[in-house]
Write a protein that binds this ligand. Structure first.
Ligand SMILES: NC(=O)c1ccc[n+]([C@@H]2O[C@H](COP(=O)([O-])OP(=O)(O)OC[C@H]3O[C@@H](n4cnc5c(N)ncnc54)[C@H](OP(=O)(O)O)[C@@H]3O)[C@@H](O)[C@H]2O)c1
Length: 253
């Protein structure tokens, strides 16, 4: 059974990290299924181009330039979405960076950036969105974790720490907001996805390792992950898909 077109009509979704990769594909998929989408990231031009594409296909998009490491900007992102689009039904906390380095070679600045984007940004966006969803009596928070949120490997320690953190945060949140609040939570844990994420890796060795892994198999695409998110957010209200672990068929670890 496939998703019914326009199943998300009258719903408002906010996607962070919408300027590329998984976030861009997810925003397009949500809009194609009827949701009005707010697009957040730092690269405003890329968000504008995506909004134009969504609107040219009959969708509804709002650009909200945001650096998720800035608490005030995160609050403004949530408020602007709510005020301009009237609701907030789905929050996709997708913005992320993966600055792989061994601990003994790592820069504390990269530790900080990963913690602030991958974990604190997601926590602050969730914190700002919850009162709106509680007032509405419904809502859905989709958090991007990773296989790295379940399996720690050398060279990935700080990234692992942020994604293990996302898993812990999301499970505790689920228990807090399930029931009376009727807010759903979904953790998405992709394996290797072909996006620009590895381009920012500071260590040549780590960068080569990831590129080699990508070339050794058919990796997932942003669209593959967007379909899994669409699956979760188009279930009937009484169905809460809590966790989706999705690897390329050829990925072993
Ligand atoms: N690719 C994979 O193999 C893979 C696997 C598992 C999980 N994931 C997770 O999936 C998510 C999306 O990654 P991707 O693969 O699609 O990578 P990507 O193409 O590099 O996208 C990352 C997004 O995060 C945004 N971002 C980074 N720093 C930000 C900041 N300070 N404020 C706001 N937005 C920020 C970027 O936008 P701007 O630069 O415009 O701000 C970009 O839109 C991440 O959480 C990542 O950890 C990816």
């Amino acid at each position: 059974m496939s998703v019914t077109p326009n199943e998300l009509t009258d719903q408002v979704a906010l996607v962070t990290g919408a300027s590329s990769g998984i976030g861009e594909a997810t925003a397009e998929a949500l809009a194609a299924n009827g949701a009005s989408v707010a697009l957040a990231a730092r690269r405003e031009d890329d968000l504008e181009a995506l909004a134009d594409r969504i609107e040219s296909e009959g969708g509804d998009a709002l650009v909200v330039p945001t650096d998720v490491t800035d608490e005030d900007q995160v609050e403004n992102m949530i408020e602007t979405t709510h005020e301009e689009l009237g609701r907030l039904d789905i929050l996709v906390n997708n913005a992320g960076v993966m600055l792989l380095e061994r601990v003994d070679e790592a820069s504390p600045e990269n530790f900080r950036q990963m913690a602030e984007v991958n974990l604190l940004g997601l926590m602050n966006a969730t914190h700002a969105a919850l009162p709106i969803m509680q007032e509405q009596g419904e809502g859905h928070i989709v958090n991007l974790s990773s296989v790295a949120g379940r399996k720690a490997i050398p060279g990935s320690s700080a990234y692992n720490a942020t994604k293990f953190g996302v898993n812990g945060f999301t499970e505790a949140l689920r228990q807090e907001v399930t029931g009376e609040d009727a807010i759903r939570t979904t953790l998405i844990e992709p394996g290797a996805v072909d996006t620009e994420l590895p381009e920012h890796i500071p260590s040549d060795d780590q960068q080569d390792g990831i590129q080699g892994m990508m070339e050794s198999m058919a990796p997932l695409t942003g669209e593959d992950i967007a379909r899994s998110i669409l699956y979760a957010v188009t279930q009937p209200a009484h169905v809460d898909v809590n966790e989706i672990l999705i690897r390329p068929t050829e990925q072993e670890l």
